[in-house]
Design a binder for this molecule. Sequence first.
Ligand code: ATR
Length: 280
Amino acid sequence: MRQVYGVIGNPIGHSLSPAMLEAAFKEVNIDATYVAFEVKEDQLKQAIDGVRGLGISGLNVTIPHKVAVMEYLDEIDPIAERLGAVNTIVRKGNKLIGYNTDGKGYLQALLPILPKSLKEMRVLVLGAGGAAKGVAVTMAMDGVKEMCISNRTVSKAEELAKECSSHTRASSLPIALAQARLTEFDLIVNTTSIGMTPHVDQMPLSLEMIARGVVVSDLIYTPFKTMWLKDAEARGAIIQNGVEMFVNQGAVAFEKWTGVEAPRKVMKKKVMDKLGGMKC
Ligand code: ATR
């Protein structure tokens, strides 16, 4: 029988996940469909009951449900527990188990472009929301040399730095100080929405001080190359946008559902086609 997978979120109309995951199922000859379900916040419990009742095989979970969905699941994987958010639900028999593939997806995207081991790198993370947590805690657990967090709301940066500090040397840094100490960092990651369409002329931080060869990573992929990434590239940085992370978080979810290696190239091509064939 044809299996049903999907993604829940609100809004969900512009999600690239259905096209990407349907291409993946087709490529490996799994008879499955993948549907985007718009679920309002007060309908989340009913939606998860529906997953159980209808026998839906697996789900992705996106904004605003990544935290709230946890209370309706039977088990939470330790990494998702640590990150305080679930983006993937796997059905095992009658149980629904919550995972978080964002951090692993980010690392899978990042590691191939690094000029040296992550363990030797001093990292600056801009932002302290849900995406920042996934990225920063995962990198801290992987053992970066040092982790600094800068955020508009300083208390959130302090909280995230504290979480990272159980794994590595971590601190919060006021944005002005991060700006002044930019030369100290080997990797700078933007997890905020600054520079995202339609506010494409905004930058999270000036990169005037960066050295050549620094890695600059932006989780945004609309626009495909933010003004900030273009500036970084012009200054000789190694750059990466959010497409690879998006593809890899979906690929890791696919592998958890099916046990089959995800066809990452096919998935990326589908996302690129949907984004209009742009190149980074
Ligand atoms: P996500 O799940 O995408 O991380 P989020 O949890 O709402 O979304 O976090 C958004 C992050 O972007 C936060 O760090 C936020 O800063 P605050 O904690 O101060 O709100 C940051 N952010 C968003 N818009 C911003 C802006 N215009 N200027 C500075 N920071 C911004």
